[in-house]
Design a protein around this ligand. Structure first.
Ligand SMILES: CC(C)(COP(=O)(O)OP(=O)(O)OC[C@H]1O[C@@H](n2cnc3c(N)ncnc32)[C@H](O)[C@@H]1O)[C@@H](O)C(=O)NCCC(=O)NCCS
Ligand SMILES: Nc1ncnc2c1ncn2[C@@H]1O[C@H](COP(=O)(O)OP(=O)(O)OP(=O)(O)O)[C@@H](O)[C@H]1O
Length: 198
């Protein structure tokens, strides 16, 4: 099974590309989705978060207040490291189980959509990688619009990750998402063709 890492920076367009891959019928493991699953009420991840950050990070109904936790950890590197240390082992374990299950089905290829692929050293799990790239001013603008963030808060989130300029050097292939989405889609198709996947 060929394992292809899909990564990028926050708001660079990973989910957009991931949606197209799923529409084409490729199996895709979504690390952000798994990160949400492990903090559902009743899950170990949420128990860990409350033990460390207190019940203040919960909504009244006991579910995680993601906005609140996000503001907390993206403003404070130490807190973010603690969050990572609490959740990443749980996320990795569930991704591994999903990957093993897909492998057991004998699938020829799987995509792993992991925002922190390089930061977490998870490229070892993959055979190739695709970085969805945009220049930082575009990344900032899209992030501010999508998440309704001010410039400072948005920059703090961008700085919490390896710069996209570095990620693109580490990638097997780069898709430039700074133009209109049709152009990005075309680059994806060209790449998949060159890899004999479509
Ligand atoms: C802090 C949280 C609650 C904020 O939630 P929110 O709904 O606002 O954002 P969402 O989960 O959709 O993430 C959006 C993007 O933020 C970036 N991001 C998320 N967590 C981190 C992190 N720990 N470090 C750097 N960037 C991150 C990623 O690019 C991700 O795609 C949430 O991101 C979280 O639980 N993060 C810890 C788990 C994690 O590392 N996830 C990302 C990779 S698996
Ligand atoms: N080519 C494009 N032109 C204009 N807007 C775009 C383009 N591609 C994506 N966007 C918009 O930019 C935002 C970020 O895209 P997307 O959610 O796919 O990024 P992401 O990398 O998955 O982000 P995250 O890491 O935060 O999950 C979204 O609001 C999306 O609609």
């Amino acid at each position: 099974m060929i394992r292809i890492g899909l990564t990028g920076g926050i708001a660079s367009g990973k989910s957009t590309v991931a949606t197209w891959l799923k529409e084409m019928g490729f199996p895709l493991i979504d690390a952000d989705q798994i990160a949400r699953d492990v903090v559902r009420p009743g899950e170990e991840g949420l128990v860990r978060l409350v033990a460390r950050f207190g019940r203040g990070v919960l909504h009244a109904d006991g579910s995680l207040d993601r906005g609140k936790l996000g503001r907390l950890v993206f403003a404070d590197q130490e807190k973010r490291k603690e969050l990572n240390a609490l959740l990443h082992p749980l996320i990795r374990r569930r991704m591994r189980e999903t990957l093993d299950a897909l492998q057991a089905q004998g699938l020829p290829v799987v995509f792993l959509d992991i925002p922190l692929l390089f930061e977490s050293g998870l490229e070892d799990w993959t055979d190739r990688s695709i970085v969805v790239y945009v220049p930082q001013p575009i990344q900032l603008k899209r992030l501010m619009e999508r998440n309704q963030l001010g410039e400072e808060e948005a920059m703090a989130r961008i700085r919490a990750q390896m710069p996209l300029a570095e990620k693109r050097k580490m990638a097997t292939a780069v898709i430039d998402n700074s133009g209109p989405q049709v152009q990005t889609h075309e680059q994806l198709r060209d790449l998949l063709k060159s890899w004999d996947l479509i």
